[in-house]
Structures are given as C-alpha cells and as structure tokens.
Ligand binder design. Structure first.
Ligand code: NG1
Length: 530
C-alpha cells in the first residue's frame, strides 16, 4: 500500500496557496510561476502513480510554452509520449486543489482503490523530468522531483533543460526500448532527413548546396537546442535569431504564437537585407508578412504523404485499404479545410482545441496528420502499418516506385516526432517536402489563399460552455443565436467563441471574405460575450 507518513511529510513542505483553484486545462496546469510549487509537487505524485499503474516510464515537463516568461506550468507525458490520459485529469485536478494534508492521502488512496491496479510496494516506477529555460523552472523541477519521490518505489531522473517534444520523444523511446538520449533524438531526425533528400528525383541546380533557413528562437529553449541539429543536418543552413543572449525576453515580441495571433514579424526579422535579390526586385515596396501557419504546414505534408501513399496503394494490393486522415480544430482556416476535402479528397475531422484531442483522433488512422492553426502538430503512423512497411522485403514490391514510396514513408516517420508535435521535426519535414517536390516557399504559399480572419481575447469570467468541437455555444443561452446573427451580416462568415484553457480569457475567432468583414465580425461577436 501507500506509505502515508512519507507522503504527508513530503507534502507538508509544499502548502497550497489559499484562495486559488487550479484547473487541468488545455495543456496541464498553468499559472504564475511563483504560486505553482504545490501543484507541481502534486503533479509529481500523479506522474509517479501513473508510472506504477502503467508499469512504464512517465515524463513530467515544467513549461508554460508560448505564455509569458513569468508563467509556468506542468504537463505529464504518458508511456507513448502523448499527453496524460484524460481519465486521470479529474484525479490530478482534485489532488492539486486539496488543502487538507490528511485528505491528500485520502484522495490518493481512494483513486488507487478505485482503479484497483496499484501494488505500490511490489512494483517500481520511473519518471523523467525536464524543464524549459524559465527562471522559476529549477525550483519547480525540484518540487516535482520531491513529489515523485514521495511515492515509494518510484525513482525520479532529472534530465534538466529540454524542449517539451524532446522529453516526450525520450519517454516514448525509453518505453520502446530504443536509444533514448538527446543525441539519439538528433541523429534520428537528421538520418531520416538525409534519407529523404538522397531520394530526391532530380536534384536542383542549386547555387549553393544548402538552403538558408532563418529561425526565430523566441529567446527560449528551442534556440539553445537547435544547435544540436545544426551541426549534423545536411542541405540546410540554419541562422537562429532571438537566442535570448542579447537581452531578449522569452516570448516577448517573438515566438510563433505572437506571430500567428498578432500577424507581426518577430523582433530581428523583416529586414530588407534578409531578402534575396530576386525577391527584392519583385517586392520593391517593402516587406510584407506572409504567414504559412499550421494549416499550410498540414496541407503541404498531406500533399507530400498522399503522393507516396497513392503509389503504394496502387502497386501493392495488400496496402490498398490503408487509410489516411487529417485532424484540425475550429481555428483551422476555412480555405485549408476546403482544399483538403475538395482538392485532395482526404478525410478531415475536427476536434476541440489542444493536442491531446487531436492526437487521439489522428492515431486512429494508418497515417494521421494533425495540426492546430498555431503550428502544433505531427504525423502519426499506426504501429501495424509501420511494421508492414519495415518488414516487407524489397522483392515483395511490384515496382521500384512502390518500394521507393515505402522507404520515403519510413524516412518521414523518422523525421517526424510521433510522440507529440515538435517544431524541430516539422521544420525539417517541411524543408524535405519542399526540396523533394522542388517547390519554392511561394509555390507552397500558393496552394490555397487564406480566408481573412481575426482573433480577439475578451476578459470574462462568466461560465461558457460549447459543443460540436467548440463551434457552438450551449451556455449562456441566447449567445449562439446572437453569434449567428452577426455571422449572417458578412460574406462567407464563420465565428465561434470558447474559454481559453491556458489563460483567463474567452477567445473569439472570426473569418469572412474580406479583412474588414472579419474584423467587424470579431468585434461584433466580442460585444455579445461581455
Ligand atoms: P487555449 O488557451 O485553450 O486556446 C492555446 C492554443 C492551443 C494550444 C494551447 C496549448 C489557440 C487558439 N489556442 O490554448 O492551440 O496551443 O494553448 O499550448 O492558439
């Protein structure tokens, strides 16, 4: 059973701050870093129990991703590297909010009993812990470690500073029994990438052997970790800006979320000197921002993967039934969804916001791609399909093209982080798709034209409930019909509202035929939310 006195003793070092309710939101617990010690300690307990429950290694990450630097948070990674099973969220939440220490033990014991699966003293578990570069990270990581160690039989392995996707990848690799070090992570991405570029049908006559990619490091952990790939990736030359070294602050006027929501260049970008000569002559009036967001990434990857999948399906009869689908949220630009369905003919499914929802859905396909508009996303290969691709001997493919398609899909599965969306993987996947298809960024951008859209945040504490993958409001009553009325006023309008799961705001999304109409629709809807 549970060692109650050990747990109480450890828990007494992390009192719950009074008067705050912590909820397990879109991506775990998030709040100001100064008040999270108790919540993080208790998340450590949850991770330890999850490890005992699954008999596998679990991950715990201290991060608030794109939120401001003073925020922090904690997420738990399940054995496959995906997010903690949603069935455990209510437990994590009630444990995080329990003010009485005796009750903490009770909550844990009740949950253990109800699940009937714990033989704590008999088994042993392990939790890998990491953090991003936030100043509160070191202190919180230590709190998490103590939470893990409060449960007898579970050991905590502190890895230190990592990107969130790196930790998820390591948890997955550990449980699959393959190399799980940071070095293994870099070499898998780079060898998959190399394999794809080696198969390029007609190598372009490039002026320089490699493409220059300028990366916004958002003054965070990504800037620091990208150097691990820089040295070993062929065909790409990386120029990383906003590395946090010149006084830049994490996510302040930088980062993907800033660019996507504000539609502005990150700091240290947008200089005329970054344009090539050809671009300069075409765009003499100055530099305009063209955002190729998560939807465009998804579409590019869908085109790239479908091309090879079709080759396989038509040439290898036992693969003719392989299914392929894409998953988006209501934030996906309407033009992307239309293109995917009508031009590519792929199955498109919508889920609520948060990768935990999208990932789960995408995992149901032999190949599933999911992306949020803000760029979170990845490609998943079903285990059985992956095994077939790996095990089939070259002679079993009828044509050379089918064999090559299989090898390409396997290489893609190496570059991609199948544990969770990963900006590093996606960067090199996009780059390999462009190089393979001999496309410029302009070709990619021209796949479809985004419908103008606008996002707003409204400060509001009223309870708001939604349905149909967050596209319709069910509560408060009357709000949905007010939104419908606003939508009817504009051409090709679409709008929805939902409470954010990471900030104390209601988010408003609107799109329409023109930017003016989208802005007007967003403002009109925001008024009804108040
Ligand atoms: P919330 O705050 O629940 O909207 C935001 C993003 C999500 C996801 C999470 C987790 C938008 C509209 N929402 O969630 O897509 O990235 O943060 O980081 O971008």
């Amino acid at each position: 059973g549970l060692d109650a006195s050990r747990l109480i003793k450890a828990a007494s070092g992390f009192p719950l701050p009074p008067g705050i309710h912590f909820s397990y939101g879109t991506a775990g617990f998030r709040a100001d870093g100064s008040i999270l010690d108790c919540v993080v300690f208790r998340a450590g307990i949850v991770a330890a129990l999850r490890s005992l429950n699954t008999g596998s290694t679990i991950g715990l990450m201290i991060t608030a991703s794109h939120n401001p630097i003073q925020d922090n948070g904690v997420k738990i990674a399940d054995p496959n590297g995906d997010m903690l099973s949603q069935e455990w969220e209510p437990f994590a939440e009630s444990l995080a909010n329990e003010s009485n220490l005796e009750n903490v033990v009770q909550v844990v014991e009740d949950f253990m009993q109800k699940n009937g699966v714990f033989k704590v003293s008999a088994s042993s578990g392990k939790v890998l812990l990491a953090r991003d570069t936030r100043p509160s990270g070191g202190r919180l990581l230590d709190a998490a470690k103590q939470g893990v160690e409060a449960i007898a039989g579970v050991s905590a392995e502190v890895i230190g500073v990592l990107t969130t996707p790196q930790l998820h990848w390591m948890v997955r690799a550990t449980n699959r029994g393959v190399g799980a070090s940071e070095h293994d992570y870099y070499s898998q991405i780079s060898s998959g990438f190399k394999c794809i570029v080696d198969m390029i049908p007609m190598r372009k006559n490039l002026a320089s052997p490699s493409e220059l990619v300028i990366v916004d490091g958002a003054n965070g952990v990504g800037a620091m970790k990208l150097s691990g790939l820089q040295a070993i990736i062929p065909n790409v030359q990386l120029n990383v800006r906003n590395c946090g070294s010149e006084g830049g602050i994490l996510n302040e006027l930088v980062g993907a979320d800033y660019v996507q929501k504000e539609r502005k260049f990150p700091q240290n970008f947008g200089h005329a000197s970054d344009l090539t000569k050809i671009q300069k002559s075409e765009d003499a009036e100055g530099i305009t921002l063209r955002l190729l967001d998560g939807d465009k990434i998804l579409t590019l990857l869908a085109i790239f993967i479908q091309k090879h999948l079709q080759e396989l399906r038509s040439e290898v009869h036992w693969l003719s039934s392989v299914n392929f689908g894409v998953v988006q949220t209501a934030y996906a630009n309407g033009a992307s969804t239309k293109f995917l369905k009508e031009n590519l003919g792929v199955e498109v499914v919508l889920t609520p916001t948060g990768v935990k929802h999208l990932h789960h859905k995408a995992a149901q396909y032999d190949i599933g791609i999911y992306f949020e508009a803000n760029g979170h996303g990845t490609v998943l290969f079903k285990e059985e399909f992956f095994a077939v691709l790996t095990k089939t001997a070259p002679s079993e493919f009828r044509t050379e093209a089918a064999y090559k398609a299989a090898r390409l899909l396997l290489a893609i599965s190496d570059v991609v982080n199948q544990a969770i969306g990963d900006a590093f993987s996606v960067l090199f996947l996009v780059e390999s798709a462009l190089q393979y298809m001999n496309w410029t960024i302009q070709d990619w951008d021209a796949i479809y034209k985004d419908l103008p859209s606008r996002q707003l945040k409204v400060q509001d504490r009223a309870v708001l409930r939604t349905t149909n993958s967050e596209t319709k409001v069910t509560h408060p009553q009357g709000l949905q019909s007010a939104i419908d009325m606003e939508v009817a006023k504009v051409t090709c309008g679409r709008a929805f509202v939902r409470p954010s799961g990471t900030e104390d705001v209601v988010r408003v999304y609107a799109e329409a035929a023109t930017q003016d109409e989208a802005d007007c629709l967003a403002r009109g809807v925001a008024i009804h939310v108040h």
